[in-house]
Design a protein around this ligand. Structure first.
Ligand code: C2O
Ligand code: CU
Length: 461
């Protein structure tokens, strides 16, 4: 299944995109309840079958958790699945003990057990949460949801602040989730688990209502296991105002396509001038429509555009930074051969038998020792080199980094990000201040890649 083989949805009337939920049922002690359990959803339109999914609070995506910047988030996670789980708050500069990495920052939450997450949110913006135990299995079964940290001031009304979670699903010939292929070695060693159906907020080909003459903020979250979405915001008149939760000083015109890789977020603003239908497409060589904006007349003109203030993040100091290489090797299509440099044929065969296909700096998967240790406050410059035949979406936990260079060329906007993409043969340089003590993961967010070797960690002391 390649980028072009999406199923066309045969829908007569399209469903309207589900309105985000603004609060969770609070218990008396101020905790939001988030329960993971099995459930069913029709992914492929009203006529498709019910897919067996794993859901938070019975919803797809999980309920939108919305709090103000600086507020204390309290979530009581209850695991009603048959296997251990945990919740990771992706992109939040969080206290290490609340990062949700099962087996590293907390014990896995066993079936029937409860774990209380409690943390402060330093930055406003668009984030998300997802399962972080056997993520390759739990996330593409439905365990993710949006986490929106609001600015101090409310700049967009509820109906002009729109969260869209984009997810890629692999459906079988009956139009239901293909569960037989979870964990397939072929997916892990190639481009990851790719699907053939896209949903937005759990619905395929939804209508998204917009108000004529009003500015909208559209928050896109890619919760897919492996699918990189090439979007073309300019084709529907949108400008970019932020990436991975961090907003810019000014809106940016984005001619051509902009990648939204797994785990990445993109904040857009748009103000439709006329009523009617605007297709929302992904580019797969030719445009593929996966939703429609429906612009309705509004009684009054909306307020003028005001952008949220930018977050203040610690600025990397490149002088005397800790410089770390991150060599990515392995995978199918010729990548495994380079691994023979550090091991014998037999060792390589054993590694593959153990389900490991990828290495960072020659080593597959998590080790007892960190890839590096940084002193608190030290700047880390990570230079990654993709010596594989596949693209990767690399995520650093607990920190936002500046994207400095691609293939030795300084980038025009050295954006703050928490997940960067790298194409085969590329070198990408990032920098961040390691200012948050604890153990933090660095991994590919193509979740099958992470499970088969592309996962390491660093320590901040
Ligand atoms: Cu979005 Cu290690 O996670
Ligand atoms: Cu990868």
């Amino acid at each position: 299944m390649n980028r072009r083989t999406f199923l066309r949805t045969a829908l007569s009337g399209c469903a309207a995109v589900a309105a985000p939920q603004f609060s969770l049922a609070k218990t008396t002690d101020g905790f939001l309840e988030l329960t993971a359990a099995k459930g069913q959803v029709r992914l492929y339109g009203a006529n498709g079958g019910q897919s067996d999914l794993w859901l938070y609070n019975g919803r797809l995506p999980g309920p939108e958790i919305r709090v103000k910047r600086g507020e204390r988030v309290r979530v009581r996670f209850k695991n009603e699945l048959d296997e251990p789980s945990s919740v990771h708050w992706h992109g939040i500069r969080i206290d290490n003990s609340m990062d949700g990495v099962a087996g590293m920052t907390q014990p896995p939450v066993q079936p029937g057990e409860v774990f209380d997450y409690e943390f402060l949110t330093p930055d406003a913006g668009t984030y998300w949460y997802h399962a972080h135990n056997m993520s390759w299995n739990q996330v593409p079964r439905g365990l993710s949801g949006p986490l929106i940290i609001e600015d101090d001031e409310t700049l967009f009304s509820q109906d002009t602040d729109i969260t869209l979670v984009l997810s890629d699903w692999r459906l079988n010939e009956n139009g239901i989730l293909d569960t037989a292929s979870f964990g397939a070695r072929h997916d892990f060693s190639h481009a990851g688990r790719l699907g053939n159906c896209l949903t937005i907020n759990g619905t395929s080909l939804p209508d998204i209502p917009l108000k004529k003459g009003h500015w909208h903020r559209v928050r896109l979250i890619n919760s897919s296991a492996s699918r990189i979405l090439d979007l073309a915001p300019e084709r529907f008149g949108a400008k970019l105002i932020g990436l991975d939760g961090q907003t810019f000083n000014a809106p940016r015109d984005m001619p051509g396509t902009v990648q939204l890789a797994p785990a990445q977020r993109m904040d857009l603003v748009l103000r439709p001038e006329a009523t009617g239908t605007i297709p929302f497409e992904m580019m797969t060589g030719r445009p593929f429509t996966f939703a429609n904006f429906q612009v309705k007349d509004a009684e009054s003109e909306g307020p003028s555009l005001r952008l949220p203030p930018v977050n203040t993040l610690p600025e990397p100091d490149l002088q005397g930074a800790l410089e770390m290489p991150l060599l990515m090797e392995g995978g199918a299509m010729g990548g495994m051969r380079s691994l023979l440099r550090d091991r014998t044929e037999d060792e390589l065969r054993q590694m593959m038998q153990d389900g490991l296909f990828w290495t960072f700096n020659g080593t597959p998967g998590m080790q007892d020792a960190p890839m590096f240790s940084a002193k608190r406050g030290e700047t880390v410059v990570l230079e990654s080199r993709n010596d594989t035949s596949f693209a990767h979406a690399m995520h650093v936990h607990g920190h936002h980094f500046r994207l400095l260079e691609r293939n030795g060329e300084p980038l025009e906007h050295q954006d703050w990000r928490d997940t960067f993409t790298t194409d085969p043969g590329e070198t990408v340089k990032i920098a961040f201040v390691a200012d948050n003590p604890g153990k933090w993961l660095i991994h590919c967010h193509m979740l099958g890649h992470a499970a088969s070797g592309m996962m390491t960690w660093f320590e901040v002391s």
